[in-house]
Structures are given as C-alpha cells and as structure tokens.
Design a protein. Structure first.
Length: 381
C-alpha cells in the first residue's frame, strides 16, 4: 500500500489578529476542500501548537473524535515526522484519512513562546546561561562562526540564502516580503547585527500562520480532486538538546542521518531532486542542511550556492515559497515546507513554478539542530 498527500493549504498568514484555533481550522478545512474531502472523512489527526493536549483540543474544536492521533513535539521537524507516522498508520489500517496541521498567532499575540526553554529546562543551562546567549540565535551564530572558521567562506556568501529566498518571495503573493523588493549583499550585511555574524536579515520572520496536508491511500487518492503526491520516503533523528554536547557544530549529523534514511527508502539520490524545501530559521540553518543532505561536499556549500544556483531559474530551486526568511515563519515552518513541495509537484506554484518538477524533498529542523525529519515526495507525469 502506498500513501499520498491529497490536499494542502495555508491558513491566513502575516499579521492576522486571529486565534490559533481559528488559524488551525482555516488550514485544515482549506486542505480538505483542496482534496475534495470534508471533516466527516477524517479519522486521523496530527498537530502541535495548540496546547499541551493539541490533538484533543483541536479535535474537539473541529467536532472530531479521531481513532488515531499524534502530537509528537519535535519543533520545526514535527510536521515531517508526522507525515511518516501518518503514512505508517494508514498502511497499518489505523486510519484512512489523516490531517497533519500546525498554526501559530505569535506575531499578533506579540509572543515568542519558545524563548527561554533552554535556560529553564535542560541541565546544560548552568554552563551556558552565564554567557548570556540569545535563544536560539546565539547558538546558530556559533555554528556559523565555526563553519566560517573551519572552511573559510565569507558572510557575503552566507547572505546568498537570504537573497535567494527574497527572489522567490517576490514571485509569491502570499509571502510576507512579497512587496519589499530584492535584497543585495550590502542589505544583508549592513542590517542590524543580532549575534555575530548574523544580522537581522540572516534571521527568519516572526509571523502568524499555519498550514495542513491531508494523507490517504494512493488507490483512494487517484479518485480525488487533485493529482496525488506520493510519500516515497522518510527518515528522522533526534541528536541533542543544546550545543554543549555537540562535538562538531558544523556537522549537522542529525540531518545527515535523516536525509540518508529518507533517500534510501525512496531509492533516490540528491541528483534526482527537482525541488528542495529546507528549514531556514537562519541562513546557516539552510546552508548546513543543504550540505548535510548531500547536495555538495563538506565545507563546499557557500561556494556551491553562488551564481544563482538556488534562485529562480537555478539548478537547485531552494525554498521556492520564500521560506522562513521571506515568506512566513509562524514558529514552526515544517508544515509549510510540505505545502509548498506539494504545490510544486502538482504544478500549481504560478510564477515561481519549477518546470517539470517530479521529486521534492522537505526537511524540517527543530531546536538547535536538535531534531531532524526528511520527507521525499514524488509524482508520476
């Protein structure tokens, strides 16, 4: 039995003034409508972000009593991990139609609710808090400094991830920075410094928003409204809480392992990927993930992405919605990586469409390079 994504949608994005449950409901009902299904068809629900009992609260709000649920919290990698769980549940007969969703109103609520988690809850904090790191940017800044020290390269090269993301966002009317104009290297480097070497332009947005995807069996999917997008492979790793226990800040070992497992399950290599959607909480997050997934060798990514390779028209279309840097970042971007991958494979991305895309990869990163999940998607054309 093969599983497919049959519906994908966003909630309202940006500054919405809406509650989390309202945004969740928008995402779920829009994704179901996209698939040609209704709430009455749903018997599986996977979500985080509403409360400690996320599936219970959202299920009640939607009038559902699902027979299979998942509220695994893996931060920005949760949605990709939930696609794996949902696929397994469908194949095992535990559910027939599963919705994976997430939403947050963090900008309207003027909240960064994950701030301070490290300091409050992990034993490593006693060694880190005295130095006053900003959570999480100072930790990602450490990785960026370590990478530049170990392999060379420049801040100007790292800025390419922000510049390319903006180029994609200019082609996406839903992007928060759609009307902001292009970025230059100088714009990125001269933006206010937050944690050396990362300026504000190296950092993701803070927005409201969310999304949902709907999964079912491939044989049923072929009778529904949209072209089915098959789940070809998946992999995940959980490797660390903070960085105190990490031997090499540049290795991104969890992404290496999760990606290799997903690619092997799907029977593909990096050369087969037409569209790549990776978590870009910061430019360095995207850089180390591209490298970890095998699109270039260790220490090569800053040279690899130059000359427009990851921009529109380039050889490796990366974060084609504009990503967390210029499209939307509601606290967890993972589900929106999946939504964009589905749209690209169905040929529905409009001005930003990658011609003939057949294989897409979505990779979520949670915490401080802590939790990783990769999903490989494909279509027959």
């Amino acid at each position: 039995m093969t599983v497919a994504i049959v519906g994908a949608a966003e909630s309202d994005l940006g500054v919405t003034g809406r509650s989390i449950l309202t945004l969740q409901t928008q995402a779920v009902t829009r994704a179901l409508a996209d698939a040609g299904l209704t709430l009455a068809d749903v018997d599986g629900l996977a979500t985080t972000g509403v409360a400690r009992f996320s599936t219970t609260q959202l299920g009640e709000y939607l009038g559902l009593a699902p027979r299979w649920v998942d509220s695994t919290f893996m931060g920005g990698s949760a949605a990709e991990a939930m696609v794996a769980r949902a696929s397994q549940a469908i194949e095992a007969g535990q559910a027939s139609v599963v919705v994976v969703s997430f939403a947050s109103n963090q900008r309207s609520a003027r909240s960064r609710s994950l701030a301070g988690v490290l300091e409050e809850h992990v034993p490593e904090a006693q060694f880190e808090t005295p130095y006053g790191p900003l959570f999480p940017i100072s930790y990602y800044a450490m990785a960026a400094n370590a990478y530049l020290h170990a392999y060379g390269g420049t801040r100007a090269q790292l800025a390419e991830f922000a510049i390319a993301a903006r180029e994609w966002a200019l082609r996406n009317p839903a992007a928060f920075r759609h009307g902001a104009g292009p970025l230059s290297v100088a714009d990125v480097l001269d933006a206010p410094m937050v944690s050396t070497p990362l300026t504000t332009a190296h950092c993701c947005l803070v927005t409201d928003g969310g999304g949902a995807v709907v999964l079912t069996r491939l044989d049923r999917a072929r009778d529904l409204r949209r072209m089915p997008v098959e789940v070809l492979g998946y992999g995940e790793r959980s490797v660390n809480t903070s960085m105190t226990a990490v031997d090499d800040l540049t290795a991104n070992a969890g992404a290496v392992a999760a990606g290799a497992e997903a690619f092997a399950r799907a029977g593909i290599t990096a050369a087969d990927v037409d569209v790549l959607e990776v978590y870009d909480s910061f430019t360095i997050t995207a850089a180390l993930t591209v490298e970890a997934l095998g699109f270039c060798g260790r220490g090569e990514v800053l040279d690899f992405v130059q000359d427009g390779r990851i921009r529109p028209g380039g050889a490796l279309p990366l974060n084609t919605s504009g990503g967390g840097l210029s499209y939307c970042h509601p606290g967890q971007l993972g589900v929106l990586l999946l939504v964009e991958a589905v749209r690209q494979l169905r040929g529905e991305a409009g001005e930003r469409q990658v011609p003939g895309a057949r294989t897409a990869v979505a990779h979520g990163t949670g915490g401080i390079f802590s939790a990783h999940a990769t999903v490989v998607l494909g279509v027959d054309r």
